[in-house]
Design a protein around this ligand. Structure first.
Ligand code: 13P
Length: 287
């Protein structure tokens, strides 16, 4: 059964580790992430962007697929199904469809409107036992056509949004989605420290997990980050392994064209990436 992310993140914050949110794109992605979490006895959050939700034929299809897998793969570790960077309408649709967690990304609204909409969604999620993530300070880079500038959050605004009763808070600290540019200035630990001082026990979320050096990940966790989002890195692992298979001409040998064979190296590569991240984040054995 899907669970809210609240308990797993409260435990992570107390235990000074982070739970990975891995974004899903299809059946192979979902299966790879769930099996790895189960093998490593780790809690996990499956992230679904609005674009990926559309690609997978809508939120109801996603809920059906994930619930089916939990049962048929005997997944017993805590799993949350979470809308990533949801719009107000998307958040409502996912609540209806049976997600167990949502992110309402109101960072592009003026703070007053972000607050009003977040408040309304917090009340609905509380009633349904779901977790809700809010964002302050936009995360840079491009995700599903949404381009953010990558600013650092104002700790006072973070406190204001945290006090609305959200479960976890994403604060921009110079992180961006996708690959980091050569001249990236790195994470602003000064901002993160200030945000944690204002928000106390609130689990903080680090978006743009792809390509952040290990020492920065560890430092971020030590300063209160308890959820780390990874998307692009699984895509790159899948791509690289699939490319190798085709370039080696394996699709031309015997039944190498069978999708169950063609997609297997990419599937294994996603599993490996998820494993590496769970080990780095410290969530192994914490289910
Ligand atoms: P990356 O694609 O950079 O790993 O970011 C993922 C993310 O933050 C999803 O919200």
């Amino acid at each position: 059964m899907l669970v809210s992310a609240e308990e797993m993140l409260t435990k992570a914050k107390e235990g000074k580790y982070a739970v990975g949110q891995f974004n899903i794109n299809n059946l192979e992605w979902t299966k790879a992430i769930l099996l790895t979490a189960q093998e490593l006895n780790s809690p996990v959050i499956l992230g679904v962007s609005e674009g990926a939700g559309k690609y997978m034929c809508g939120y109801k299809t996603v809920v059906g697929m994930v619930n089916g897998m939990l049962e048929e793969l005997n997944i017993t570790v805590p799993v949350a199904l979470h809308l990533d960077h949801g719009s107000y309408e998307g958040a409502k649709a996912c609540i209806e469809a049976g997600f167990s967690s949502i992110m309402f990304d109101g960072s592009h609204y003026p703070i007053e409107e972000n607050v009003a909409k977040t408040k309304e969604l917090v009340a609905i999620c509380k009633e349904k036992g779901m977790s809700i993530e809010a964002e302050v300070g936009s995360i840079g880079g491009e995700e599903d056509g949404v381009v953010g500038a990558g600013e650092c959050a104002d700790p006072e605004e973070c406190k204001m949004v945290a006090d609305l009763g959200v479960t976890m808070l994403a604060a921009g600290i110079g992180n961006i989605h996708g690959k980091y540019p050569e001249n990236w200035a790195g994470l602003s630990f000064e901002t993160l420290d200030a945000v944690q001082q204002k928000t106390g026990t609130m689990p903080l979320v680090l978006h743009g997990g792809t390509g952040i050096p290990e020492d920065m990940i560890k430092k971020a966790i030590s300063l209160g980050v308890s959820k780390i989002n990874v998307n692009t890195e699984c895509q790159l692992s899948f791509q690289e392994a699939t490319r190798k298979y085709i370039e080696a001409g394996k699709d031309l040998e015997g039944k190498g064209f069978d999708p169950r064979k063609l997609l297997a190296p990419g599937f294994e590569a996603i599993k490996e990436t998820v494993k590496e991240k769970m080990e780095l984040f410290g969530s192994v054995g914490k289910a």
